[in-house]
Design a protein. Structure first.
Length: 392
């Protein structure tokens, strides 16, 4: 019997995501790329001769998908008949009446967990896979049986490799509750399993160990927005009794990044745009054209210059996949000199200057930021029309 097995661990593919925050053409591209990444994961199973594919929830973005999408998923799994596929439905794709998991006929190599925590014995692999399913969009009581410890179910040998696949939130620090199947590290440790494949958290974690049990989140393999930055992938490798050898394989087709860009000293739209484009090209090089960026402009600029974020966004979108722009710059001003001016601008600076002094004395950082932003916009408005727009 095998002393170790080859696995692929993925989760949170969210197939069928609308990508509604993107322009229509780019959203269509992302939907296509998301499906291609799913097919790539299936290909990895075939190429690496994976014996087990663990999908830890949210394979689908919703409980209702088209018949064409169901056929595509089922057909993909039929192309890896030597890989046992285990799906633990999550909060986005819970196992409910008439959902695809219940309504469709799945290939013989696919097992979809449909309720309470239960084992499936793979006698030919000397392996037991434990899992459960969300039955609604929330689960506060938890799918993890208290005092659980792996056993050898009927048909399994006592030395079988023990795996867990589960969608849920691993509680850490002082957090004691979750609406998404709370999982405690102490439960993982007591389970005495060889590996726990987790889903729900979209950023991958390193493979960690609690007691003798290794566990990890694989994260989502394709970003759906700027809150899921950088390269993304799946875990691939082997699991044995008391040992795990898994590598993180990058599979995503496009990266999303969030960063600050200093435009300190820029005094025209062109100078600012050239600086931002140069910084991004230098930092991301060949990745720049294919990636998406959420940029916050920082630094001090002349009071008569208000960055046009809509124009900058348009310039960036001509060069890269997508862009969002936020203006958090401050004005290059000498408040003391401005407050001495015998003008409406001087009166404005005096009023805000006093309010800022009060905020500083009170240690109110939020108020200071608001006053600085008001000073910048107000002074710019004395020079020209101000276009102030936070991209969304």
């Amino acid at each position: 019997m095998p002393r170790k097995i080859r696995i692929v661990h993925t989760a949170d593919l969210h197939l069928g995501s609308p990508f509604s925050t993107l322009p229509a053409a780019r959203a269509a591209m992302r939907r296509d790329e998301q499906w291609r990444t799913f097919y790539d994961i299936v290909s990895i199973c075939r190429e690496r001769k994976a014996q087990i594919l663990l999908i830890a929830g949210d394979l689908l973005d919703a409980v209702r998908i088209s018949s064409e999408q169901s056929r595509a998923i089922i057909r993909a799994f039929t192309e890896i008949p030597d890989t046992r596929v285990f799906i633990s439905p999550g909060n986005h794709d819970p196992y409910i009446r008439f959902c695809p998991y219940e309504a469709e006929e799945w290939p013989s190599n696919v097992h979809v967990f449909s309720g309470n925590f239960e084992p499936v014995v793979c006698s030919e692999l000397n392996t037991v896979v434990w899992g459960a399913a969300f039955r609604s969009a929330h689960n506060t009581s938890g799918l993890c049986p208290p005092d659980f410890e792996v056993t050898a179910p009927e048909g399994a040998k006592s030395d079988a490799i023990q795996l867990i696949v589960l969608h849920g939130e691993l509680l850490s620090g002082s957090k004691s509750e979750s609406s998404y199947n709370p999982i405690r590290t102490s439960w993982i440790e007591k389970s005495n399993a060889d590996y726990a494949a987790l889903g729900h958290i979209h950023d991958a974690t390193p493979v960690r160990r609690s007691g003798r049990t290794y566990f990890a989140y694989s994260g989502c393999p394709e970003a759906r927005g700027y809150d899921e930055p950088g390269p993304r992938g799946v875990y691939v490798g082997t699991v044995g009794k008391g040992r795990t050898d898994l590598e993180y394989v990058i599979v995503n087709r496009r990266d999303f990044y969030t960063l600050d860009v200093s435009i300190d000293g820029c005094d025209t739209q062109k100078i600012m745009t050239d600086l931002v484009l140069r910084d991004l090209r230098d930092q991301y090089r060949e990745e720049f054209k294919e990636s998406a960026f959420r940029i916050t402009l920082i630094g001090a600029v002349p009071p008569d210059f208000s960055p046009d974020v809509a124009a900058l966004r348009a310039a960036l979108r001509r060069e890269c996949f997508d862009a969002r722009v936020y203006d958090k710059t401050t004005a290059q001003i000498d408040p003391a000199m401005l407050r001495k001016e015998k003008s409406l601008r001087g009166v404005f600076a005096e009023i805000l200057g006093k309010r800022r002094e009060e905020a500083v004395a009170a240690g109110d950082e939020a108020a200071i930021r608001k006053i600085d932003a008001a000073m910048k916009l107000g002074l710019a408005s004395f020079e020209k029309e101000v276009r102030y727009h936070d991209d969304s």
